[in-house]
Design a protein around this ligand. Sequence first.
Ligand code: HEC
Ligand code: HEC
Ligand code: HEC
Length: 135
Amino acid sequence: MYDGGKIIAGIIIFLAFATFPFYSNIGKADIKPPKPSLDTPVIKELAVKKCVEPKEYMRANHMQLLIDWRDAALREGKRIYINSRGEEVFISLQNTCMKCHSNKKKFCDECHSYANVDPYCWDCHFAKAKQEEQR
Ligand code: HEC
Ligand code: HEC
Ligand code: HEC
């Protein structure tokens, strides 16, 4: 009545598929997360090495902050952002963020390729050739 061989083969195939996402990750686990480099001329000059908002906030929320900046600049014509320390920051991707983080490749790009995201911003906002090359 039962075909033991087929049942066992079926179970093996089922397990192969069920566990595929698990073992296909083996070996990827030791790809080191990038350590975004802060080694740029402008950041070196800073007396206090701070971003526009605290680092943890930036790490988690810089995408939303940039979208908010864009909306503020383009929809409301607002060019000044008041940060959580009460400081005024000029709203600009190129002239604010990229002035400090001029090492786009070693900073933004490296982290994005690790996280597998590819912001389309650079289609229009152009990072200077020098920034693209700098490592
Ligand atoms: C289709 C082209 C295009 C794309 C794609 C684009 N932008 Fe823009 N963005 C513009 C233009 C044009 C302005 C207006 C520039 C100005 O007024 O000085 C602007 C302005 C901005 C500003 C405010 C002004 C400034 O100097 O920075 C921010 C911030 C911004 N964009 C962020 C982003 C982000 C973040 C992305 C990706 C998620 C993005 N943009 C994608 C075209 C684009
Ligand atoms: C005045 C220079 C300066 C400006 C302007 C600046 N940053 Fe930063 N940024 C820094 C410094 C310094 C750090 C590291 C802060 C720390 O270690 O506490 C940092 C940290 C970060 C981090 C976290 C990195 C990590 O290791 O997790 C991100 C993301 C980031 N910045 C994105 C941005 C974006 C996006 C903008 C524009 C909205 C911006 N920064 C504007 C100097 C700057
Ligand atoms: C510490 C790692 C890290 C650094 C450094 C970093 N990013 Fe990101 N960024 C991310 C991650 C992770 C995401 C995806 C977040 C998500 O999907 O929720 C992201 C998403 C974005 C997005 C939204 C893209 C989209 O399509 O949704 C923008 C815009 C962006 N980053 C801009 C920048 C800029 C500009 C810099 C350099 C000044 C930068 N990031 C540096 C990790 C980083």
